[in-house]
Write a new protein. Structure first.
Length: 361
């Protein structure tokens, strides 16, 4: 069985990139992406994955998204037995590459549930231009998605968005975490947050929470979303001295931080699924997360962490009320919860779905 995996880009290590690499490794597939960083598969622990870059695209949105869509619509990808599409713009290959399955991390959020908040964050001229772009591209995106034969959602949360916005049914297969790679060293003194510097990740809420907690320390790990200047983004937040931004770091250093942190703080807006709580729990660490989105599918309130309202006062109170003994006592429950999202579970379920697609073609 010859399998092709198509994913938007491979420029940084995020949840979608891990899914694409895991699929390619599990199926011994050919992976096609835009903007390839050739060191990334090895840095992500999957050095044998075969990756082909189909285009270099601009860094500035929306030209970036337009060029990605065109690349997947037009690039001459060789014949395969099945095509696995991952991400937002790889779906533009669906009308011509069949049989296909789309692993949907979420319908494009600026087209739908984040439309108003995204536009309100822009200055007037940019807001007007963005609105015109959305009006042109959303119908094209929906036409491409309509050509998908089978949709797999990464969470029940995303399953509901797919039904609401695209009027399609989807199976649910949670993203993978290789839990064997994580370890517990100690309950440390520093809280950890992991995620891109972007609008929907609520980095400002993290900063405001720890501004209320001058005796606590937070380390934020993650590079900037494409098109965002990281230094300018951080300067605008005016973080206090107890909040440190490390940017994107090497995988061994991230594993060390998980192993030695006090716990994870996760605050994204209606997170699609959110791999970072599972990664933290794989290290035996509790998670303090906002009570919405995919966090409700991973964090067991009071057992592997706490789900709290999305405001700085509530988050600060939850953080202040923790103590090392209680956090250490959650270690076993956290590990057990993480193992239910292990890579082996993901691979087995995706193999079942792909075999079903091949039988039905």
């Amino acid at each position: 069985m010859r399998v092709a995996v198509l994913h938007d880009h491979l420029r940084f290590i995020g949840g979608g990139e891990r899914v694409a690499l895991t699929l390619a490794a599990a199926f011994d597939a050919d992976l096609y992406v835009t903007d390839l960083d050739p060191t990334l598969p090895e840095r992500a622990g999957m050095p044998k994955v075969r990756v082909t870059e189909i285009a270099r695209v601009p860094q500035t949105p929306p030209m970036r998204q337009d060029r990605q869509a065109r690349a997947f619509r037009e690039y001459p990808i060789p014949d395969h037995d099945v095509y696995l599409l991952s991400g937002n713009w790889a779906v533009f290959a669906a009308p011509r590459l069949r049989p296909n399955t789309w692993y949907c991390h979420t319908p494009v959020r600026v087209f739908y549930d984040l439309h108003d908040s995204f536009l309100s964050s822009l200055h007037r001229v940019r807001r007007w231009a963005a609105q015109r772009w959305i009006e042109r591209r959303r119908p094209e995106y929906e036409a491409a998605a309509a050509a998908v034969q089978t949709i797999v959602a990464n969470s029940r949360n995303v399953e509901a968005r797919i039904e609401r916005f695209l009027h399609r049914k989807a199976s649910v297969v949670h993203p993978p975490v290789d839990t064997s790679r994580y370890r517990f060293d100690r309950v440390g003194d520093t809280w950890l947050a992991v995620g891109r510097l972007s609008h929907e990740k609520r980095v400002g809420l993290l900063v405001e929470t720890f501004r209320r907690l001058p005796r606590e320390r937070l380390i934020v790990v993650g590079g900037a979303q494409m098109g965002i200047d990281a230094d300018r983004f951080i300067r605008r937040l005016a973080p206090p001295p107890n909040v440190e931004f490390l940017g994107e770091i090497a995988e061994p250093q991230l594993l060390d931080l998980y192993a030695t942190c006090r716990g994870l703080v996760a605050v994204s807006v209606d997170e699609d699924f959110g791999l970072t709580p599972v990664e933290a729990m794989s290290s035996g660490k509790a998670v303090i997360a906002v009570n919405d989105g995919g966090y409700k599918e991973t964090v067991i309130d009071g057992t592997t962490g706490w789900l709290v309202p999305p405001d700085s006062a509530s988050l600060a109170l939850a953080i202040r009320d923790t103590d090392p003994a209680r956090l250490a006592a959650m270690r076993e429950a956290c590990g057990a919860r993480a193992r239910s999202f292990d890579r082996s579970v993901f691979v087995a379920r995706m193999q079942e779905l792909v075999e079903r697609v091949l039988v039905l073609r």
